[in-house]
Design a protein around this ligand. Structure first.
Ligand code: C5P
Length: 294
């Protein structure tokens, strides 16, 4: 029986960088918030080998695809009797190179799905180890809620649901062009104050939301990568400003961009603002409203 699973995405309420590491990565602390907008993955066991198909023509389906890499890593690590292969179809609905972690979620859901299909041969700690080898954001998607993350982003501290956000809504907008994550991090060399931040910001924001102080939490929103990315793409700063003028409690870039997210007090307010945003900027790009039922 094939297994069909939804593969979500995320925004970073806080993305604070704490310096460049000897391995070339950046030490970071981030507050991840899960977003219920989805790709869909269908997995089925097959003859040995990995066959990946995808609805999106721009996405390679060879061994370079993160889903393919996740399946390879899983089948190598799992103690399986006999040789098993897998057929995977990825129905891509979320934008690419968007800073919302959709590709990382695809990889995490592949690990979780294969583990389910094969009767749980791997323990959560094994999945965590495989996820860390696939990318910095993959570990977050092995668990369902908001979380703090440290290190490269792979050390996760799960948090309780942010119940104070119930009834609010997030608006996400991707402008149709992407940002290459390695470029954004490399450019930080020109922004030493943003690259070498002070620790504590992600936890401070989380504390406010958990205390029920939504405006206080939004006040703590921060993304160090906005330095290089908004300089190169000033239109993204205009997107934020426009959404604030339309009543957003806050608006920020997610991850390395180019997606902007904004929080509204209600779904109706977010949809109104989305209409005004379309009037101002036109119909190009991907605009999505996600009610928060937390
Ligand atoms: O780990 P992931 O594949 O998501 O990272 C993509 C790129 O982003 C890395 O190759 C690196 O250039 C940069 N990066 C970084 N520090 C991090 C995470 C990512 O410099 N903590």
């Amino acid at each position: 029986m094939p297994l069909t699973l939804r593969s979500p995405c995320k925004v970073n309420f806080v993305l604070n960088l704490l310096g460049r590491r000897p391995d070339g990565f950046h030490e970071l602390e981030t507050l991840f918030f899960p977003v219920a907008a989805f790709d869909e993955l269908t997995l089925d066991l097959s003859e040995p080998g990995i066959t990946l198909t995808c609805s999106h023509p721009d996405l390679p389906v060879d061994a370079s695809n993160l889903v393919h890499r996740a399946a390879t890593a899983f089948l190598r690590a799992a103690p399986l009797e006999g040789r098993t292969g897998v057929r995977i179809h990825l129905d891509k609905r979320l934008p690419l190179s968007a800073g919302i972690g959709a590709g990382s979620a695809n990889a995490a859901v592949t690990l979780l799905g294969l583990n389910e299909l094969l009767g749980h041969p791997l323990a959560p700690a094994d999945l965590d180890r495989l996820a860390a080898g696939l990318g910095s954001d993959v570990n977050f998607f092995l668990q369902p809620g908001p979380a703090l993350a440290f290190g490269r982003g792979e050390r996760i501290e799960p948090l309780p649901p942010f119940t104070a956000l119930k009834g609010h809504a997030l608006l996400l907008f991707h402008p149709g062009f992407g940002v290459a994550t390695p470029w954004a991090f490399r450019e930080l060399a020109r922004f030493p104050q943003l690259r070498d931040g002070q620790p504590g910001r992600a936890a401070a924001a989380a504390r406010r939301f958990l205390d029920g102080d939504v405006p206080g939490g939004v006040d703590q929103w921060f993304n160090a990568l906005e330095g290089p990315v908004l300089e190169k793409h000033p239109i993204l700063a205009l997107h934020q400003e426009s959404l604030r003028n339309q009543g957003a409690l806050g608006a920020r870039m997610s991850g390395s961009g180019s997606t902007t997210f904004a929080l509204f007090a209600s779904e109706a307010a977010a949809r109104m603002a989305g209409g005004a945003f379309r009037q101002a900027f036109g119909d190009a790009g991907w605009l999505h409203v996600v009610p928060l039922d937390v």
